[in-house]
Design a protein around this ligand. Sequence first.
Ligand code: MG
Length: 343
Amino acid sequence: MKLSYTPYTLYFNRPFKIAHGTRTTTPIVIVQLEYEGLTGYGEASMPPYLGESHETVLAFLKKATGIIENLKAPFDLERILKEIDLLAPNNTAAKASIDIALNDLLGKIENKPCWQLFGGNKSDTPYTTYTLGIDEPEIVKQKLEEGKVYRILKVKLNGENDKDIINTIRSITDKPIAIDVNQGWKSKEEALEMINWLSDKNVLLVEQPLPKNNWDDAHWLFERSPLPLYADESIQRFSDIDKVKNCFHGINIKLMKCTGMHEAYKMIQRARELKLKLLMGCMSETSCAISAAAQLSPLTDYADLDGPLLIKNDPFDGIQFINGKITLNDKPGIGVFQRELKE
Ligand code: MG
């Protein structure tokens, strides 16, 4: 098996502002695995808060090359991915890029789409949310107009002009809203006051209201919140799930946090045992990693997979959003086609 990889930069359509800061680009690495005339594609996306960069991902992939190139076939994913995982403690996006390429390859070998291999039903895909960053009212209005086919909004808040942002949106549309605070509310009292204010405004859920390690306050808020609370930054991997119980109602699973599709699938199973709700999320990613996440989306309640809509140089074709509904294709693997790379 041959592993190759290319660093690349994604450019946002507009500067993207959330509680962590504002940015205009995201570094990614595109991975290719070749095996008996087939190519599996994968992607690592590195938003700054995960601590990975082009350099760290390339160094990790170099380290993984020996394991990959000695593989006879990509069949025993549990064993292969465990070996990859043990190479270094973090590097979750780099690990995800290998996992996605292996899953794509496996689907191509079996000539089946991954959604089928994971036991999902193609018609059960959720509608993707459409993300609004923290912007001035004029930009919010423009974005709502551009995204009018999308049925659910994802609204980023940070504790500054939250009520103004929601009031602006509600003066234009009554679409359901998923709120994402990205740890931006400073205290449990502030969080509860805002959640109470939001509770009669057709809000579906509130994601990561408080700082990620603040489990005592998360539990306090969980006992009082009239809206479902979802953990994003607070949890990364399978081993984190059990601590969510009684602190959040659901979790946001992202391939770049949890090392890829194989572990995401296991997280979905465990979350269901714990009666947790599920949201399939993403970083800023191309249609490669988004199509990979979408393969699991029939098994989840909500999906934030609008990553490709926010960037202007997507080098892949893959899943589509038809009137906002995630629409899987029947192509084997993750169902993507790579176009020419253009910066
Ligand atoms: Mg989030």
